[in-house]
Design a protein around this ligand. Structure first.
Ligand code: PMV
Length: 330
């Protein structure tokens, strides 16, 4: 095998994914709904996979151990076994996250996109981008989107084997100066992991089926708004998808509530700015942070308003980012 170092950027869903298909092999990790995202520059994971005398996973300079390590090596086992009958070589996996881990800033997206990309190159598997994206999805649903840069649409599909659950890049980001203002409202890990949360919502939220049933119209409407470069239209869909997902989460038993008081204060600040003609549109994931989609010209003004909100820890500006890349050495 080779030594391969991959870089993958985080992405934020503009039309959200929440829920997994229950009728299929769980290992495929197939989503019940499609999603549409923007890959971000700056927030990224760099992962090296190299042959070693024993398996070891070092995350941000420390031996990871436990569940994260098990997930990484279970993933590499399957990746290797997809093309070989022989036992997998032992591997040293080193990952550096240039973003806060497990705080709702989607480190699993860049993490599994980087691991799939580095692993496939290290094992000398000649994979197309759609195949790589499907492998990344098996690690984490949102990771399927981080293989590509810019806007990415991931359709849920209906096939048993997941063959029609494929991410694809959508044109539009090159000639549209968009930014995402990332507002962190707390430090530390999220209380409910996404896999666990999605299952609980499917099992108990009375809004889950409505959430699933209204996903495709949201995806089509968002894609049309991107094609028209219409930010108010896209922003309306972004907020609707976000609040529908959080309503579904909150109606789960017991409730899944990722918001902090500062999250709501930031949302209200963004809406107040809109009244003054500064156009930002909010979205939130499985954590308390708020991300605001806006034009580059408005990003500083929105960031300054958010920095002034009590409880806000950090504000970062992100531009659209590239797809995953890899460097291979002997
Ligand atoms: O694929 P996961 O386990 O990172 O789940 C992502 C879920 C959300 O961030 C809430 C929404 C999304 O589409 O990214």
């Amino acid at each position: 095998m080779k030594t391969a170092t991959a870089t993958a950027h985080s992405n934020i869903a503009l039309v959200k994914y929440w829920g997994k298909r229950a009728d299929v092999d769980r290992n495929l990790n197939l989503p019940a709904v499609g999603s549409l995202s923007m890959t971000l520059d700056g927030l990224r994971t760099v992962t090296t996979v190299a042959e070693a005398s024993e398996d070891a996973f070092v995350l941000d300079g420390a031996q990871a151990g436990g569940k994260p390590e098990q997930k990484v090596f279970a993933f590499l086992d399957r990746l290797w076994a997809s093309a070989h009958d022989t036992p997998r070589p032992r591997c040293a996996v080193t990952s550096v996250n240039h973003l806060p881990t497990a705080a709702g800033l989607a480190s699993s997206a860049s993490g599994f996109a980087a691991l799939a990309t580095a692993g496939a190159s290290a094992f000398e598997l000649d994979m197309s981008l759609p195949t790589l994206s499907q492998w990344a999805r098996m690690g984490s649903g949102s990771a399927a989107r981080s293989i590509y840069g810019g806007f990415v649409r991931l359709d849920a599909g209906t096939a048993e084997d997941g063959s029609d659950c494929v991410a694809r890049p959508l044109p539009g980001v090159e000639d549209w100066p968009l930014r995402l203002v990332v507002v962190q409202t707390t430090r530390g890990s999220k209380p409910v992991g996404s896999t666990e949360g999605m299952q609980a919502s499917r099992d108990t939220s009375p809004y889950y089926q409505a959430w699933v049933d209204t996903s495709i119209p949201d995806l089509d409407a968002a894609q049309a708004a991107i094609e028209a470069r219409d930010l108010p239209r896209l922003g309306g869909i972004v907020e609707h998808s976000c609040f529908k997902m959080h309503a579904c989460m909150m109606a789960t038993v017991p409730p899944i509530m990722y918001w902090k008081p500062a999250s709501l204060a930031v949302i209200q600040t963004v809406w107040a700015a809109r009244q003054e003609g500064v156009h930002g549109y909010v979205t939130m994931d499985a954590g308390p942070h708020v991300k605001i989609l806006c034009l580059a010209d408005d990003a500083e003004s929105i960031a300054a308003r958010c920095r002034a909100v009590p409880g806000v820890e950090e504000v970062n500006l992100c531009a659209p980012g590239p797809g995953a890349s890899v460097e291979v050495s002997a």
